[in-house]
Design a protein around this ligand. Sequence first.
Ligand SMILES: [Zn+2]
Length: 211
Amino acid sequence: MKPFDSLLNANKTWAADMVNNDPEYFNRLSHLQSPEYLWIGCSDSRVPANQITGTMPGEIFVHRNVANLVVNTDVNVLSVLDYAVNHLKVKHVIVCGHYGCGGIKAAITKIDFKPVLNMWLRNIKDVYRLHRSQLDLIFDEEAKTNRLVELNVMEQVFNLAKTSIIQRAWKNEQRPDLHGWVYGLKDGIIKPVYDMKAGTNLDDLYEYDDL
Ligand SMILES: [Zn+2]
């Protein structure tokens, strides 16, 4: 871990390097952001959206929380989604989990993490219950965690598609496509695990007909 002050020193060096390479860099970015991607990822410090996708500031709009969840009562994630879809007009929404996710591991245990974390992790326990028939057959803890990581990403893609924000954009503008990815901490490789094209039909129960 860097001493606190060194973060600010490193920032000055970085900003100077950027201007050296491209004198107009900050001028340009300060006037406009038009990212094509919304990234919903885990808060884990080892999964930085820009670095692992080789993208620069301005290219990805980012929301991160513990275990990359899309919770339908979370004003934070829904505000980010609304802004990204309706104002930035992103073409793709990516939910990116990662193997070995601490939030996913914690949700499989019976440990009482006290009220706030318990509330959050409950969403992951619900994903486990939906897929209990396959997860209960995996006895290796690491393999079970990693399969739940993949299934959780898929369920969060479903959760995006259940929102009227996404359904309205699908109906009127045929975008954005939704993507579920899982990042490997051990090799740095992203594995696509689930895609949902704009306009995909959901379970009828979740579809709004007066958008
Ligand atoms: Zn994580």
